[in-house]
Design a protein around this ligand. Structure first.
Ligand code: ADP
Ligand code: MG
Length: 252
């Protein structure tokens, strides 16, 4: 089982879009996938068609109230794709966890209790490097870092890399950077080439060959509660997330 955290403390870089659509593309390829929403905004939850304000239990109950993970997992409309939902209840968790026992390893311990087998767990991280993200890194086997194709794309990444190093040292030695994903490439500008060269010079072959273009269908799909492979399977957004899923599978 691979546990992949989709993380970057910058907001709006494509974490949630990648979490939802990579999960859906892996599920479409017959992999059993559990998507875990750890952002109080709950956009990954609504993105797969779950009404985030009407769930019995959410990731909050699991992390803070010790509700069993097996009671929190929900099936989605898509075959092979389940989700642990999040909503605004999670907003207080960063603070509530500070004084909790084993506060950094709660997600990891929850995964150990899973009764159902999954090939992939994909964790959508919030835009911060707080305890929720630390829990994800502690539980994960790898991290996928979405980087938006824009000037200053690498700004702030040193903080992220530093947090990864600290977690590797103290909490999860086996943690790796699984891959760096370039997102929201605008075909009309040359900027993409500059950013690509810069990111490749820092991360080398960790950078996925697949680059996600800016695609309006990807931004429309969430309001329909559908991953892109359901909303518009023929869109470039769907094709590129399918290609990313193939790369993730090939990389083992
Ligand atoms: P994050 O989770 O990192 O904050 P999101 O995945 O929520 O980022 O993306 C931010 C916004 O950009 C959302 O409105 C989303 O629909 C849109 N978006 C993300 N990726 C793309 C893309 N490749 N093309 C067009 N819009 C995108
Ligand atoms: Mg998000």
């Amino acid at each position: 089982m691979k546990i992949l955290a989709i993380a970057n403390q910058k907001g709006g870089v494509g974490k949630t879009t990648t979490s939802v659509n990579l999960s859906a593309a892996l599920a479409e390829r017959g992999k059993k996938v559990l998507l875990v929403d750890t952002d109080p905004q709950g956009n990954a939850t609504s993105g797969v068609g779950i009404d985030k304000n009407n769930v019995k239990f959410s990731v909050y109950d699991m992390l803070v109230e010790d509700v069993s993970i097996n009671r929190v997992v929900l099936k989605t409309d898509q075959e092979n794709l389940s989700i642990i939902p999040a909503n605004i209840a999670l907003a207080g968790a960063e603070i509530e966890l500070v004084s909790a026992m084993s506060r950094e390893v709660r997600l990891k311990y929850a995964f150990k209790e899973l009764e159902e087998a999954f090939d992939y767990i994909i964790i959508d991280c919030p835009p911060s490097l707080g305890l929720l993200t630390i829990n994800s890194f502690t539980a994960a086997t790898g991290i996928i870092i979405p980087v938006q194709c824009e000037y200053y794309a690498l700004e702030g990444l040193s903080q992220l890399l530093n947090t990864i190093k600290l977690v590797q040292r103290h909490l999860n030695q086996a943690l790796e950077i699984e891959g760096v994903l370039l997102t929201m490439l605008d075909a009309r500008t040359n900027l993409g080439n500059d950013v690509m060269a810069e990111v490749r010079s820092h991360f080398g072959d960790k950078v996925y060959d697949t680059i996600i273009p800016r695609n309006v269908r990807l931004s429309e799909a969430p309001s329909h509660g559908q991953p892109i492979n359901v909303y518009d399977a023929r869109s470039t957004g769907a094709k590129t997330y399918a290609a990313l899923a193939e790369e993730v599978i090939t990389n083992g």
